[in-house]
Design a protein around this ligand. Sequence first.
Ligand code: MLT
Length: 242
Amino acid sequence: MKREIDVYSSSISFSEQDVRDKTVVVIDVLRACSTIQTALENGANSIIPLAENDDAGRYTRYLDPGSVILCGEKEGKKVEGYKLGNSPLEFTSEEVSGKTILFKTSNGTRAITRSSGARRILIGSFLNISALVETLLSEDEGEILLICSGWNSRLSIEDMVCAGAITHKLCGHQLPYEATDGVKVAYGLFEKFGDDIPALIRECNHAKRLRELGNEEDIAYCSQVDLYSSVPALREGVISIR
Ligand code: MLT
């Protein structure tokens, strides 16, 4: 793998300039990217990620619940007045098939919208990791940035290990001499914890928060590797798998 790779540790750890002309993979294992993947697999038409300064509430009165729904969380909890929160298990085909989803989360959609100047933006989680790597390998140019969404400007180990798994698949069993610090950290974490992804995720900080909020089942769901084989991508502000 000759292309340059770097890893960023949170949704605010990069600038518009950093992503310009790059291929970006936004990773949010718990839970935004796993939820986006699930919603699209269950037939949602598309997902429009809202920026952190978008006041999602102002959309509410214009929405037609038959075609466009507002979903997302604040501090992990469904926001009052939203149709759904951010649990992937809520995004069933009954709820989302044929719908456009306006989606706002604390860190995941912030990382996605802050990446909008990139050449290409892909959505990643453990649910689609092999398909994601295949997509990256099928391109032949440009730097790849793996952007871990983290939590409130801090890193989340489950996102970093997912980035490490991607670098492991891209670089093979030996890191290139010129690997960046970010790649070395992610790769090293994957080597230490990658043998048991469900155990790693069960013990991470955000899993503890989700458990306290009663979202235990999300943790096991988001720990599944390669449940899906599609790669959501953001084009002109809209995420889809077409
Ligand atoms: C986020 O965007 O920070 C997360 O997806 C939060 C969550 O688990 O709801």
